[in-house]
Write a protein that binds this ligand. Structure first.
Ligand SMILES: *[C@@H]1O[C@H](CO)[C@@H](O)[C@H](O)[C@H]1NC(C)=O
Ligand SMILES: *[C@@H]1O[C@H](CO)[C@@H](O)[C@H](O)[C@H]1NC(C)=O
Ligand SMILES: *[C@@H]1O[C@H](CO)[C@@H](O)[C@H](O)[C@H]1NC(C)=O
Ligand SMILES: *[C@@H]1O[C@H](CO)[C@@H](O)[C@H](O)[C@H]1NC(C)=O
Ligand SMILES: *[C@@H]1O[C@H](CO)[C@@H](O)[C@H](O)[C@H]1NC(C)=O
Ligand SMILES: *[C@@H]1O[C@H](CO)[C@@H](O)[C@H](O)[C@H]1NC(C)=O
Ligand SMILES: *[C@@H]1O[C@H](CO)[C@@H](O)[C@H](O)[C@H]1NC(C)=O
Length: 469
């Protein structure tokens, strides 16, 4: 009985393969893929309806532009989704629209063009004043970009965006750019944003950059970059309010998550903080940089950040606070718990002398306030140095609290495990023994844990809707 059944199954499988293939290419709308989103859309279109060719060689910049321009007309009539079907879709930079979903199917790769003429040059961010790379002030528009938008979803069932970064990394290393390299996804002055269930590979520079945004969810995203290439930060929430980053897997040559809010005098003047940020269930590999960096550009302020259930492997440091005289503003009300670490240069790292400035116009008297920093319930193995905590002379970092942390050292660990200057705070149940500037809490508070908020930020209570293609 078993043999004939098996034979029939094999024949059925062979017969059904071409059918599945052609269905997924030609009639994707009936393929019934289900996904979760902030909003479902009334209208749907497929990229190939706009003349796109998925051969990895033909430029589809105009197909994306035509599709989005057409679908933008449905914004007030239930919105629209654009499906990117399996194939390799080469494109330059394009802009999104409101009440819009970009769905990148499994087997689909959006390939970033290596032709600079496919990337419009735009002005620097107002809170930075300058581009971050090169000597010029302009920057390349990001691959997928948008300004002043509402209700945008970039999702898929693990489709891919491939930045083909090699061209940009090589040219950057040779200092051949006057302009700042493009990012893969950047949304400016936008609200109600979801980026989920996609994989980003080999970005020219940063991967996901929401800036001046409200209500942002980045969820179940994979970011993969070679650990040797510069500035390939995973996710950079920048002057944003109410952001949730969860269930992400990031391998990067720079910080897995870099929280920012503008640069020196430009950021101070713009004055827009990053606040209400929750990062949870992050897995990160980043041998050259931090799991989560706060700064160095923090001149609009960073406050109310919650970080929990993070796994770091082969990461230079866990959370790193980076700032300098000239930045102004603050980094305060930071809470982290349940971080599991292995193979770290530093567990705790604070740098008050991160002296990169946009130009000579910064005010050295603009001192940042770093206070109320709470770390608890962490373990680390194979650590070279437990903590390098370096505040600013006459502007110490205060209110540091570290509790219930166990650090196991590497064979070649440093002799001095805690190096603290210009910092103040307390510790409880931390090994190896902290520096004298962070003394053990005294009874009766001796066994108290450092604070972690018991409330949620608003976006953590948002329930996604069930949508389908
Ligand atoms: C995208 O929008 C920006 C303005 O925000 C504009 O400068 C740029 O040219 C647009 N890009 C494309 C490809 O239309
Ligand atoms: C965004 O909105 C601001 C303020 O309304 C406006 O000045 C700016 O031109 C808009 N930018 C784009 C690219 O739509
Ligand atoms: C998105 O990712 C989550 C977590 O990995 C998974 O449960 C969900 O099924 C994914 N959704 C799609 C549409 O693939
Ligand atoms: C998505 O694809 C990436 C790259 O192929 C892979 O590493 C990752 O595990 C995939 N994620 C899911 C949830 O299938
Ligand atoms: C410990 O860390 C060192 C680098 O500091 C690394 O070479 C080594 O493989 C790690 N050992 C283990 C057991 O992970
Ligand atoms: C101490 O931290 C560990 C995680 O590293 C956690 O499992 C444990 O419950 C914490 N202990 C207390 C008393 O909170
Ligand atoms: C401790 O930190 C200070 C200030 O950053 C530095 O100058 C000094 O070399 C460090 N000492 C050790 C032993 O690491």
């Amino acid at each position: 009985m078993i043999r004939p059944m098996f034979g029939i199954l094999v024949i059925l499988a062979i017969l059904s393969f071409p059918a599945i293939e052609s269905r997924s290419h030609q009639n994707v709308v009936s393929s019934g893929i289900r996904f979760s989103a902030l909003n479902c859309r009334k209208h749907s279109a497929i990229l190939t309806d706009f003349g796109a060719v998925g051969d990895g060689k033909t430029s589809n910049t105009n197909a994306f532009k035509k599709a989005i321009s057409k679908l933008s007309q449905m914004a007030t009539d239930g919105g629209a989704q654009l499906v990117v079907p399996p194939g390799k879709w080469l494109t330059g930079s394009f802009n999104l629209t409101s009440h819009f979903t970009l769905f990148i199917q499994r087997g689909a790769t959006i390939l970033a063009s290596q032709d600079e003429s496919e990337w419009p040059v735009i002005a620097p961010l107002p809170s930075y004043g300058k581009g971050r790379d090169g000597t010029g002030t302009g920057r390349f528009n990001s691959l997928i970009s948008g300004t002043n938008l509402t209700d945008v979803v970039i999702t898929g069932n693990n489709g891919t965006i491939n930045g083909q970064g090699q061209y940009w990394w090589d040219k950057f290393k040779k200092k051949q750019f006057k302009l700042t390299r493009p990012y893969l996804i950047e949304l400016l002055f936008s609200k109600n944003i979801q980026i989920s269930n996609i994989t980003l590979i080999d970005s020219p520079s940063w991967n996901i950059h929401p800036v001046y945004c409200n209500n942002v969810i980045v969820k179940s995203v994979t970011v993969l970059a070679p650990v040797t290439v510069p500035n390939t930060d995973g996710i950079n929430p920048d002057s944003c309010t109410n952001t949730l980053i969860e269930d992400c897997y990031i391998v990067s040559g720079d910080d897995c998550i870099a929280v920012k809010s503008g640069w020196d005098q430009y950021g101070i003047k713009f004055g827009m903080p990053t606040q209400q940020l929750s990062i949870r269930r992050l897995t990160c590999i980043s041998p050259k940089s931090a799991g989560v960096a706060l700064g160095s550009e923090m001149s609009g302020g960073i406050k109310d950040v919650r970080i929990e259930d993070v796994t770091l492997t082969n990461t230079e440091s866990a959370i790193r606070i980076k700032t300098a005289a000239g930045r102004g503003a603050y980094v305060k009300d930071i809470f982290a718990r349940r971080i599991t670490m292995k193979t770290m240069k530093y567990v705790f790292w604070m740098s008050g002398n991160y002296n990169s400035h946009p130009d000579e116009g910064f005010d050295p008297k603009a001192l940042p306030e770093v206070t109320n920093i709470n770390y608890r319930d962490m373990t680390a193995e194979n650590v070279t140095m437990s903590a390098s905590l370096d505040g600013i002379h006459k502007d110490p970092f205060t209110g540091i609290c570290i509790s219930n942390v166990t650090i196991a050292l590497a064979d070649k660990a440093k002799k001095v495990q805690w190096n603290c200057t210009d910092v103040a705070g307390v510790t409880s149940r931390v090994t190896p023994e902290p520096c004298s500037l962070l003394p053990e809490k005294k009874a009766p508070a001796k066994n108290e844990d450092c604070a972690f908020p018991s409330d949620l930020i608003p976006i953590e209570s948002v329930v996604l809707k069930k949508c389908s293609l």
